[in-house]
Write a protein that binds this ligand. Structure first.
Ligand SMILES: [Zn+2]
Length: 67
């Protein structure tokens, strides 16, 4: 009964394509800011459209899968 579910999960996995992060202000694609060094590297993004920069980013994924 769970076979179909299993297959679907495998197909859905796409390791090469990360979900794009969108700007919370103007919904444009964000550019990831890579921290140069440090023991703590939070996710940080920069928006070319409105100049927003921060750790808050929207994900354009509809199906959230907590595994
Ligand atoms: Zn923006």
């Amino acid at each position: 009964m769970k076979d179909g579910d299993k297959v679907e999960r495998l197909v859905r996995r796409s390791p090469t394509s990360l979900p794009p992060k969108l700007c919370p202000n103007c919904l444009k694609p964000l550019k990831p800011l890579s921290q140069l060094s440090g023991w703590f590297t939070p996710e940080y993004y920069y928006c070319d459209g409105c100049g927003y920069s921060g750790a808050v980013a929207l994900e354009s994924v509809k199906d959230e899968d907590n595994d």
